[in-house]
Ligand binder design. Structure first.
Ligand SMILES: NC(=O)c1ccc[n+]([C@@H]2O[C@H](COP(=O)([O-])OP(=O)(O)OC[C@H]3O[C@@H](n4cnc5c(N)ncnc54)[C@H](OP(=O)(O)O)[C@@H]3O)[C@@H](O)[C@H]2O)c1
Length: 248
């Protein structure tokens, strides 16, 4: 990452593995001071620009304390990249209320805890950029995605709402919608993943889209286009096609 980036201090959650780890590494390499948060420390990520602030994003009070601690240590956060998230494949035979709650707590409520702690600080400064990972899985209902997909659909809707409400206060909002990326999260998948990307490429695409100030940062382009076209289909046609992927 060689281009000059417009941020001095960034906060990346979910930085102990996968895309979040790549984003933190690339931002730090480009000269941004990066606060990284997850429950486990980011393995093998040692860089003078990186400071680890352990955090469970499901704990609202801990998130508020963490944001205060980061800003006291590093200064005002200009950019938040909220990548913490969990996935569990849904099976009808083992349907579990517990998984609905756990995935919602990490994916949706985790992001709302971070926004609630940070947005008021950014509003008072009249600047800042908030971004979070949803997914192309949030575009339409998909097989095996009942725990995960609805949280991502909610995060896309949340971004649309907050863009309208926070933009007048000088804040930027972005939602990041990746296709399949090769990380510990997708390692559990027992099906072939089309257009699978490496986490480093996903991280670079994320930072590039955020630096351009895009509202939606979505990749890879061919898969995104395909899924956006599927979104236009009427239900009978969509379900007929989606059933086929379930059998594949
Ligand atoms: N991989 C894909 O194909 C794909 C596609 C679309 C969207 N996404 C989204 O991209 C984001 C990153 O995913 P990834 O593939 O890089 O997954 P990953 O490698 O499994 O990383 C997930 C990160 O979230 C953290 N995390 C989970 N629960 C947490 C909690 N309660 N508090 C704090 N941190 C927590 C994990 O750290 P700890 O366990 O150490 O806390 C880890 O650092 C996620 O939001 C995911 O939904 C991924």
């Amino acid at each position: 990452m060689s281009a000059q980036l417009p941020w001095r201090v960034a906060w990346v959650t979910g930085a102990s593995s996968g895309i979040g780890l790549g984003v933190a590494r690339q931002l730090a390499g480009a000269g941004v001071k990066v606060a990284v948060s997850s429950r486990r420390p980011p393995e093998g990520l040692q860089h003078p620009n990186i400071t680890f602030f352990p955090l469970d994003v499901t704990n609202e009070a801990a998130v508020a304390a963490c944001v205060a601690e980061i800003e006291a240590a590093l200064g005002p956060i200009d950019l938040a990249v909220l990548a913490a998230g969990r996935y569990e494949p849904f099976t009808a035979e083992a349907l579990s209320a517990g998984w609905f709650t756990a995935i919602n707590a990490a994916n949706y409520l985790g992001v709302t805890h971070c926004i609630s702690a940070l947005a008021p600080r950014m509003i008072s400064r009249g600047q800042g950029h908030l971004s979070w990972f949803a997914s192309v899985a949030g575009y339409r209902g998909l097989p095996k995605a009942a725990y995960y997909g609805p949280t991502k659909a909610a995060l896309i809707n949340l971004a649309e709402c907050l863009k309208l409400d926070l933009e007048p206060h000088g804040l930027g909002i972005s939602v990041i919608n990746p296709g399949f990326v090769e990380t510990p999260m997708t390692a559990v998948n027992d099906f072939s993943m089309p257009f699978l990307m490496k986490p480093e490429a996903a991280a670079a695409a994320t930072i590039n889209g955020l630096a351009k100030g895009k509202f939606e940062v979505a990749y890879p382009a061919p898969f995104v286009l395909l899924l956006k076209l599927l979104r236009l289909l009427p239900y009978p046609l969509y379900f007929a096609l989606a059933r086929r992927t379930r059998q594949a």
